[in-house]
Design a protein around this ligand. Structure first.
Ligand code: PRX
Length: 704
């Protein structure tokens, strides 16, 4: 622990300078892992950083690939010949389903792979052993191949909540080399249809319904909308495969469409007991697509490969989650997001762990639910988001103490966590015993980029920590000049090197991939040298003198709502589908629980005056086209938008107004009077706050 002492001394020397105040930086005290945790941890040797240092790159990442079983060993660790489309472990072949199931059978056949906890509390948890998973995945693979007509390289859209049939379907696809594209269950049918069309999925896998906040949700109805939306996009979904939430019972009011819709339960009978040999896939074959929001209206399909992705999630699950086969691990995320793919399904299963699946909302029927689940299942590793922590803290600050569970390790992911929320997580949820990792990463990055190494680095509330082994971040200013660590200045965090978990491309759009992630800081577009291609993450960050990174939030038009990315352009285009709306602007507002929530400003077409009806229609349009998670906090119908002389809507000014900030100098705008009108309308006589406004909100809508 020598490094820890050095860091502690450094911390005491740290002075808060002006620039740090500018980003509201306050150095927090370190917290240390217990000797009990260190004594059992996988990664305790600080030499790992040397092992993964630049001089050993890229060969250092052999260590992660060696956690997997390869049908054919690779010949080139990193192939940069088509930069920046990196190929990891080139020449290798493997199957992800084999790596997550078959190879564990000999040793762990009767161990639970998944324990499913449905939302209704009166139904006991369901354990699925590796042996059982093997059977169910094989049967589903046989169905997808022989009934679905699917083969390696085809895409399948899966629109499902967190139930065992979701990872079963994903792993069945992986067994065949079919590329799955899971759409978050809470997204609307329309959002699902757009994604199915973009990926060219001929098969949609869905479910009749599921439990959410105490009620059965009709989910199948979304499939019908998805098929129609895809058709409008000139794409045909030929088959809709419908799982049952409860065997033998159809939980939807929506009729099945003859010849198009099929119950999996019925068709599966034909494939009972069938075994499908896992198809050895080239390392760089795509494993899945995960759609995420960006700066333009259309979500982009992030394409992840097989060998690189699986190696990276296995390596980071082992070292950062410290996940042993004897642990019971519960990540409370939804499998429909990248966190669920990497750290509920692929990472834990690659390591033969027991992974808990929870269907419902964390506080159903009350804020004690997660802690009852933890006790009953003997969960010892827990993983969730700051939004869930804030929500549980608000609803039941004393609940965790009532239940006799013990976590050795806890994760937070998806948003910056406020130090006081972190401390509640540590003291109350973790009972002061659990180590915490604050993991910074993205849909695009496949796995963690920054986090403390749990048995090696001390924790600092509110800071993600140093980079992971083999990840070399840098902070650049807008001109590409490096912002030095310890300078207290913020900038754009980039990763200088490729890593195996990095996504391969935006599905079907190589140009957009290069433009969005590399063009900004690329030194030479023809270069085959990875050093010329820093990855632009789209987040603002500051690096403290101890090397820890504090992530400040998005620097683009993306709003992080409860840890979920929403593109403001997507919301704005939904608003514009309302007939009366002439112009729309969406901005982030600070929210006590969800971090940020969207607020909408619309101006109406001439002759339109019914503000109440328009507000309602706008909210409906957003829910319909994206989903309830995007529901705006408020819709403001304004006389006109604040605009520059060239006609650009000044979203920065609207964000300032909604967040009770000073609007700054608006005299150069084309219509400064409108700003004052809107300000009075929204802020009224409430005091203007200029302190403690988060950086992403302050900078939102800036010209860049
Ligand atoms: O802004 C960062 C924030 O979430 C974004 C990525 O969102 P998504 O692709 O949906 O993936 C979420 C789960 C990995 C990032 O650009 N973010 C993620 N983790 C953190 C974070 N912000 C602060 N601290 C984190 N630990």
């Amino acid at each position: 622990m020598a490094d820890v002492r050095v860091m502690k001394e450094k911390e005491q020397e740290t002075e808060v300078n002006e620039a740090q105040i500018a980003v509201h930086w306050k150095e927090e005290q370190y917290f240390y892992p217990s000797s009990k945790f260190i004594g059992q941890a996988y990664l305790t040797d600080p030499a790992v950083d040397q092992r993964f240092s630049e001089k050993n790159f890229p060969e250092c990442f052999r260590e992660y690939a060696d956690l997997l079983s390869w049908d054919q060993y690779w010949h080139t660790t990193l192939d940069t010949s088509d930069a920046p489309f990196w190929k990891w472990y080139a020449g290798g072949k493997l199957n992800a389903s084999y790596n997550c199931i078959d190879r564990h059978l000999e040793q762990y056949r009767n161990k639970a792979a998944f324990v499913f906890v449905g939302e209704p509390e009166d139904v006991p948890p369901l354990s699925i052993t590796y042996q059982e998973l093997y059977y169910q995945v094989n049967e589903m693979a046989a169905l997808l191949r022989d009934f679905g007509g699917l083969k390696a390289g085809d895409r399948v859209t899966i629109h499902m909540p967190v139930v065992p049939e979701l990872p079963i379907t994903m792993l069945a696809c992986a067994r065949l080399g079919v590329i799955h594209s899971v759409v978050f269950g809470g997204f609307s049918g329309e959002a699902c249809g757009m994604r199915a069309a973009d990926s060219g999925s001929k098969v949609l896998v869905t479910i009749d319904g599921y439990y959410r906040s105490g009620a059965m949700t009709d989910h199948k109805e979304k499939a019908d909308i998805a098929v129609k939306t895809a058709k409008d996009e000139k794409h045909t979904i030929e088959k809709v495969l419908v799982w049952h939430r409860e065997p033998g019972k159809y939980n939807s009011k929506t009729p099945m469409v003859e010849g198009r819709d099929f119950f999996v339960e019925d068709v599966l009978k034909k494939y009972a007991g069938q075994i499908v040999e896992p198809v050895p896939m080239p390392s760089e074959a795509p494993l899945f697509l995960m759609y995420t929001s960006g700066t333009t209206g259309r979500p982009k399909g992030c394409q992840h490969g097989t060998g690189g992705y699986l190696s990276y999630v296995a390596g980071t699950t082992k070292y950062i989650q410290d996940l042993h086969p004897t642990d019971v691990y519960w990540c409370m995320a939804d499998i429909g997001w990248i966190t669920g793919h990497s750290y509920i399904v692929y990472g834990p299963l690659a390591l033969a762990a027991t992974s808990v699946l929870y269907e419902g909302v964390p506080n159903y029927p009350d804020a004690g639910r997660p802690w009852r689940v933890a006790k009953r299942l003997n969960v010892n590793i827990f993983h969730t988001s700051p939004t869930a922590i804030r929500m549980l803290r608000k609803a039941g600050p004393d609940e965790p103490a009532k239940y006799d569970y013990h976590f050795k390790h806890m994760t937070t992911v998806g948003e910056p966590i406020e130090p006081e929320v972190w401390k509640w997580y540590h003291e109350v949820v973790g009972k002061g015993e659990a180590v915490i990792v604050d993991t910074w990463w993205q849909t695009e990055t496949g796995g963690f980029l920054c986090s403390t190494k749990p048995a090696i680095d001390p924790m600092k509330p509110g800071s993600a920590g140093p980079a992971l082994p083999g990840i070399y971040p840098v902070i650049f200013d807008e001109e590409g000049k490096e912002v030095k660590g310890g300078s207290g200045k913020a900038g754009n965090i980039c990763i200088r090197n490729p890593w195996p978990g990095m996504f391969q491309t935006i599905y079907g759009d190589r140009d957009r991939f290069v433009a969005q992630y590399y063009r900004k800081y690329n030194k030479n577009p023809k270069s085959k040298d990875w050093r010329d291609w820093p990855y632009f993450a789209g987040d603002g960050a500051v690096q403290a003198p101890d090397g820890y990174f504090r992530i400040l939030g998005r620097v683009d038009d993306v709003i992080n709502v409860a840890g979920h990315r929403l593109g403001t352009k997507e919301l704005e285009s939904a608003c514009l589908t309302v007939n009366e709306v002439a112009e729309a602007a969406v901005i982030p507002v600070v929210d006590e629980v969800k971090g940020r929530v969207p607020e909408v400003y619309v101006s109406l077409k001439p002759g339109q005056h019914n503000a109440t009806a328009v507000s309602e229609a706008v909210t409906k349009a957003i829910e319909h086209q994206i989903g309830k998670i995007a529901r705006p906090k408020k819709v403001h119908v304004v006389p006109d938008m604040p605009k520059t002389r060239s006609g650009k809507i000044m979203r920065r000014v609207l964000a300032a107004i909604s967040n009770q900030m000073d609007t700054g100098d608006v005299t150069t705008l084309a219509n400064p009077d409108v700003v004052e009108q809107i300000r009075v309308m929204v802020q009224g006589n409430r005091p203007v706050i200029t302190k403690d406004v988060p950086e992403d909100v302050k900078r939102f809508g800036e010209e860049r």
